[in-house]
Design a protein around this ligand. Structure first.
Ligand code: HEC
Length: 162
């Protein structure tokens, strides 16, 4: 009986620890690559680390309140938005591949698509799109995400309640 009780307790403990483990590693495991891309592309330069926008672009560039499908998000990152501050991140855009059915020669100097400083591969674009869709769109900023972006225990995240 003692052995049974003991192993039952161990089982519960293991189960509990596993849950804890899952809760704390999930976001890191699933979105680590996407977050790297977010940082590499300097998306936070215009959309801020929390995705709500800010800086010179204001809250109008929030990735939390937008209503795009995953496919559309991928497209916007690949092609940018000519005539706005959103650059294109795929090297072949407007050269080898048409975007919005256009190429560079279809633009004049005032509305030419802006090139990003660093280009991203399709795989990278898909990863960061997935992150935006799952962690930003329609969601509140969480402490979990904050500590994922910075570091666990980071001062920036102290005042985030949820
Ligand atoms: C130089 C500034 C800048 C950078 C860097 C930048 N963006 Fe943007 N982004 C914008 C602006 C400005 C808009 C709004 C465009 C518009 O008016 O339609 C935008 C729009 C978007 C949209 C569409 C939002 C909507 O509501 O339709 C997505 C998605 C997006 N950006 C993702 C990204 C990602 C991911 C990165 C990094 C890989 C990134 N952006 C980097 C400026 C930037």
């Amino acid at each position: 009986m003692y052995i049974f009780k003991n192993s039952f307790f161990t089982l519960i403990l293991v189960y509990f620890l596993n849950l804890q483990f899952a809760a704390t590693t999930n976001i890191k495991k699933e979105f680590a690559y996407g977050l790297n891309v977010y940082k590499k592309g300097n998306c936070m330069g215009c959309h801020s680390w929390h995705g709500k926008g800010g800086g010179g672009y204001g809250a109008g560039v929030s990735l939390r309140t937008m209503e795009l499908s995953l496919e559309d998000i991928v497209y916007v990152i690949k092609c940018g938005r000519p005539g706005t501050g959103m650059p294109y991140f795929y090297k072949k855009s407007y050269k080898d591949e048409r975007c919005y059915d256009t190429k560079f020669e279809d633009y004049n100097n005032s509305n030419r698509p802006l090139s990003s400083k660093k280009f991203l591969s399709i795989k990278q674009i898909e990863a960061v799109s997935f992150l935006i869709k799952e962690l930003f769109q329609g969601k509140e900023l969480t402490k979990e995400y904050c500590e994922f972006f910075f570091n666990e225990g980071s001062k920036v995240c102290l005042n985030i309640k949820n």
